[in-house]
Write a protein that binds this ligand. Sequence first.
Ligand code: ATR
Length: 278
Amino acid sequence: MGNALDQYGVVGHPVAHSLSPFIHGMFARETGQKISYRLHDVAPAEFHARVRAFFAQGGRGLNVTLPHKIAALDVAHELTPRAAYAAAVNTLAARPDGILGDNTDGAGLVRDLCDNLGVVITHRRVLVIGAGGATRGILGPLLGLAPEVVVIANRTAQRAHTLAAAFTELGPVRGVGFAELGGAPFDLIVNATSASLAGDLPPFPPAVIGPQTVCYDLAYGKSATAFVEWARRQGCARALQGWGMLVEQAAESFRLWRGLRPETAPVLAALKERSGSA
Ligand code: ATR
């Protein structure tokens, strides 16, 4: 006992390319926190046993990434309200009475949009494309900022309807199919489909974008995603990849674990440089 470092890590499958060790390593140096942060490649069948063992051996916290974010709901003994709403967990933390499950993805998005990028959401019209797990994770925090409306548009309209119905008590939210999208351009469009990563573009009408529209892709990569390129061609105000959300959700996890929030700007700059992203 005594000098052992507090143990943290990220659990996924695969996980080798995760940027979390780099991000949390920078946070720890910056804040003078002495921690260890490791990669854990764990197959779905072993997820519960491995997570339980990690905490039983004194581990302090884990980030959870694909494909385990839903399985992590059950491994937690207690959930934060935002994790319960998201129906997914991306952060686990050791607590005296068990494992706490949280979800910092939506908070990370909102912090990047509002604090880093100066985007206003209150009283604005927001379009979210996609109705899967990624959308579910960001709806609560977006609605918490009192937008005029959040419209969820999805290839499979029924999934958008179902998701909207689950969030109506948090604010004005509507689910539609792409064919029903029309009217005035949106102030903010968030792409939360997995289509962009495959280089695909969901078939939504260009009229959703106007000169004041800010477009944000939850995906990120070395070069602009298909959605970001398309949005720029339509003449939007700004089109951004999700690098800032990646760093901000990590900062929110770090705060949950260590009780202090690191500076994110230097980490975001380093990450973009390291990844050769524009
Ligand atoms: P995630 O957890 O990443 O959100 P998911 O739950 O599988 O993953 O959801 C993926 C989302 O991307 C869905 O909204 C999906 O649309 P459907 O519900 O119609 O399947 C959307 N999606 C994936 N590929 C797409 C494509 N090529 N065009 C349009 N939407 C796509």
